[in-house]
Structure formats: C-alpha cells, structure tokens
Design a protein around this ligand. Sequence first.
Ligand code: KG4
Ligand code: ZN
Length: 345
Amino acid sequence: MNQPEVLLAIESSCDETAAAVIDCDLNVLSSVIATQDELHQRFGGVVPEIASRAHLSNILPVIDEALRKSERKLEDLSAIAVMTQPGLVGSLLVGLTAAKTLALVLNKPLVAVNHIHAHLYACQMIAEEEIFPAVGLVVSGGHTNLYDCRSTTEYELVGSTIDDAAGEAFDKAAAMLGLPYPGGPHIARVAQQGNPKAFRFPRTFIKDERLAFSFSGIKTSMRYTALGQPGAREEPLPLTEQRIADLSASYQEAIVDVLIAKCHQAAKKFGRKSLCVGGGVAANQRFRERLDELQEREGIRVTIAPMSLCTDNAAMGAIAWELLKQGDIADLDVDVTPGLVRHRS
Ligand code: KG4
Ligand code: ZN
C-alpha cells in the first residue's frame, strides 16, 4: 500500500529548536521540541547569542529524533519546510542552513514558511472544515497581531501592538512577582487562587477604533502596584502568596479583556464569522474560556490552536503543504527575514 507523502518541517526562530514530520493529510507523525528555557531563565528573557549556539548543538539531534519517531527516512521526504521569518537572525539562520542542506542533498523542494502564519494555520490543522476566511489573532512572546485571513495562505496584517506583545507583558510581570521564566504559564497558574477584581489594571485602547494594542502601560502599572512607585514615601505591601495571586488574576483579566474586545472588533470590521487564535498566549486557560463565551454570545465560530500547537513547534509548518500546492517553492539562496512584524497605522 502506498503511504501518504510526508514533509519535514524545521523551526528555530527564537528559543525552541523543533522538527516535525507531517503527512499530506495533516497528520503529525512526529513533533520534537528542544526548549532552551533553562539556559535563558537566569536572564529573565531570551539571550540571542545563547539561543543561536544552543540551536547549533540541538538541530541535528532534533531532526534525527523527528525522523526516527515518524518511522520515515530522509529519502521518504517529499519536501523540506523551514520557518524563515520573523525571529532572531542567528536563530533563524541555523534552521534555514540545515533545511537548505537537506533540500540540496536530497534534491527535494525547499518551502519557506512564515512563523506567524504557521501559528494561525495550526488552527486549521484541528478543524473539521475549512475555517478561512477568518479573522486571526496571533498572541505570542513577540507578537500580538490581528490578520484578515482571506484564504488558507493569504493573511493580511490589519493591526498589532505598538509596543510590547501580550506574552512579553506576562513574562515581565512574572519576573516582577518573582515567578520563573517564561512567565505566562506561571501567572496563569497562580491566578487560579486569586481575585481578578482585586486590582484595576489599565485596558489600553479597549474602546479605541484602531485595531491596535499597547501593553507597556499595564506593565508599568504592575511595577508600581507590586513593587512601589519611585520616590513614594510608603513601602509597598509585602508580596504574600495571596497578593501575588490577586495581582496575577487581575493582570491576566485585564490582558484577556483587551484581547477579546479586539478580536470581536476585528470580526465586526471585516464582516467575518470565523475567528482563529494561535501563539503561546492562546494556551492561557482563562483566555480560552473567554473565547468560548465570545463564540456563544456573538455567534462567531472560534477555533483555537490545540495546546500542543500553541507555543513554538515545527508541526504547524504543515502550512507548507498549502504553499507546495500553490507552487510556492523557495530558491536555495532564500534568506531569513528577522525582526518583529508590526502594523504601521
Ligand atoms: O508562540 P510562543 O511559544 O513563542 C513566540 O513565538 O514568541 O509564545 C511564547 C509566549 C511567552 O511569552 C509565554 O509566557 C506565553 O507565550 N505563554 C502564556 C501561556 N503559555 C505560554 N501566556 C499566558 N498564559 C499561558 N498559559
Ligand atoms: Zn511563535
């Protein structure tokens, strides 16, 4: 019996080295992720040079493991997909160099994938029917971007944060509260014991007509509330377990309020009845509950990337099958496009 065709996808845009083997029916045969959290933890954020060096030592074992787990061989691959943008330049280069080498040696097509588009496509991978056209939100460590998704591969950026991303705001607040990096999951965990109404954090742009986000104000607000205002006469109250829980719950609620409001606003603006949400922050339980409520209340069909495909992974590189169908094959001299993607409004 003929087995379905398979491709290898590689991801190394930030601090996760990942490889996956996916067949043309979007079944993920293997998905291997080597995280670098421990290496960056003591710095409270990703150190680019450390990240690229770790990618270098991880990339081949990760690819090897992905192939082994999929029970396929290099010769079985129909294509090599790799995320070439956005991200850290040194990190992206490691994945791209590995992918180019494999494509050249195996004489197989190379597919260049946009990491943010892949986060949105992760939603299609679990959906029973076509979810596009849709409005898409990618909420990760570096991005809080809204897209008008016209088809499976045509995503137009229609709004973004003007400063920090939502994930970054979670990470920075966690550091202020003495919680480990990356902070999002830790804030979410302690928030379960807290009162979301205990503190009132700003909800920047929530009533603004623009599809823009800003999370730097809420970060400052957390600093002042948790650690005290510069020059203030009184000492801040001690950060007891309950206070940390209340601060986390209130902070999370404010961020989620803004994300929900902007998703709704974007869906209305573009007349879309389908919403897809991906990226690390989409793993947040409270956000997922509120998205369910939005679906019920507004009749918008919400598709959230499954937990395993929210944070960085290579399996979402399955979008490469769509690009292949369209003949979108990269030349071997394709370069990375590093940096952050921001909407200019
Ligand atoms: O998509 P991702 O893995 O990497 C980037 O492309 O940036 O997103 C990582 C971000 C981090 O900021 C992390 O704190 C956040 O996603 N995150 C969460 C949760 N899980 C991960 N934020 C809130 N709640 C979570 N459960
Ligand atoms: Zn990501």
